[in-house]
Design a protein around this ligand. Structure first.
Ligand SMILES: [Zn+2]
Length: 371
């Protein structure tokens, strides 16, 4: 008769997954202690293999696996990721992880329903399991911490602890729905998961940004973009509220500024700090906003957010020129775009004929003059 751990392990082996016994957690007193010889000094209690060369030793042979758990009935159950199992686990930790997981799916698309487990970690941890299709080189997807804030990837060369193993907190790993099949890993997720190297080597900040000359030729010089971006921010930006995917909302807004309006980091920062922050609960720190800007400049550099996605194409018609002229006039003569929106036909400024006169620099916006 096998222990519940052993029975689960055999079941996983039958599915073709590579199983390895892990040290169990001793429940002695208040502090969880690893069953291994390091006892209280073990840094990964209940999470590391009992067998050497575990990457090679891990087995999908039900007989061998049953034998292991007859010898060590309390052993936690480890599953190899990557390799021939073609298994990848996305490890979403805590609120930060859940927020970036939601933001990623909002930026790309929702992941398919798939087998997932709760890990028993304090603050809530979840593993989403995916298989990688045969036409993709598995060894490119490596074990990786911090794919995004609070998200790790367990893939080639890694392992996960599987139900019904016991977490050091005393909680048990559990499948959300054990009957759920493992879905194929979406292409966009693979792309992000392998992009660490790309992030270091290939992706430079602001890669692919259109040149200032091209933007100006289309009628979108820098100052005009800042003006329209600020107005959009006041009218449309979703406020970031802690606990309600605030990180996602703030990142989305930053992407809007950096990629949608092709602003530079200092301009984006001024708008986030002076305008956006007034509706955020709590307001972001200097450092947090800089971090969001960095994410927008480095990480989100693919087709999902093409450059200038919020800038309309040039409109050479008289109407199009008139709209541009209104922006010009507004910038020159009034305090900001808000005033223009509030203006009546009587108080509206006279649209100027040409757009070629570069207006003088307006004084910086501060939090006080924001509606
Ligand atoms: Zn240990």
């Amino acid at each position: 008769m096998l222990s519940p751990f052993g029975m689960a392990a055999v079941e996983y082996a039958r599915r073709g997954w590579r199983v390895i016994p892990l040290w169990h957690v001793r429940e002695t007193g208040e502090q969880p202690v690893c069953g291994c010889w390091k006892l209280g000094t073990c840094g990964t209690p209940g999470k590391h293999p009992m067998i050497k060369n575990w990457r090679e030793t891990a087995s999908n042979d039900p007989k061998l696996v049953a034998q292991w758990w007859r010898v060590w009935p309390r052993a936690n159950v480890g599953l190899l990721t990557g390799g021939i199992t073609r298994l990848v686990a996305i490890d979403v930790d805590g609120e930060e992880g859940r927020e970036s997981w939601a933001a990623l799916q909002e930026a790309y698309e929702p992941v398919p329903e798939t087998l997932r487990q709760t890990t028993g970690r304090e603050g809530g941890g979840e593993h989403f399991l995916f298989t990688v299709d045969d036409d993709f080189e598995m060894d490119k997807i490596r074990n990786r911490t911090k794919m995004a804030n609070g998200i790790d990837v367990r893939a080639e060369g890694g392992l996960i602890v599987a139900p019904p193993s016991i977490h050091p907190t005393g909680a048990q790993y559990a499948w959300r729905d054990p009957s759920m099949p493992v879905a194929s890993m979406p292409a966009w997720l693979i792309k992000i998961a392998v992009s660490q190297k790309a992030r270091q080597i290939a992706i430079t900040p602001n890669a692919g940004r259109p040149s200032e000359e091209a933007l100006e030729a289309d009628g979108w010089p820098r100052w005009r973009r800042v003006l329209v971006a600020r107005e959009t921010m006041i009218r449309e930006a979703p406020p970031a509220i802690s606990g309600q995917n605030g990180h996602g909302a703030c990142l989305k807004t930053t992407i809007l500024l950096i990629r949608g309006y092709c602003l530079y980091s200092d301009e984006a920062f001024d708008l986030l700090w002076g305008t956006y922050n007034t509706v955020c609960i709590p307001p972001w720190s200097h450092e947090e906003l800089m971090h969001k800007i960095e994410s927008a400049e480095y990480a989100v550099s693919d087709e999902s957010y093409p450059w200038r996605f919020r800038i309309p194409a040039p409109d050479p018609s008289p109407a199009g020129r008139a709209v541009q002229a209104i922006y010009d006039a507004c910038y020159r003569e009034l305090g900001g775009v808000e005033d223009l929106w509030n203006a009546t036909p009587e108080t509206a400024p006279e649209p100027t004929k040409g757009m070629e006169n570069k207006p003088k620099r307006k004084k910086r916006d501060t939090g006080e003059n924001v509606a």
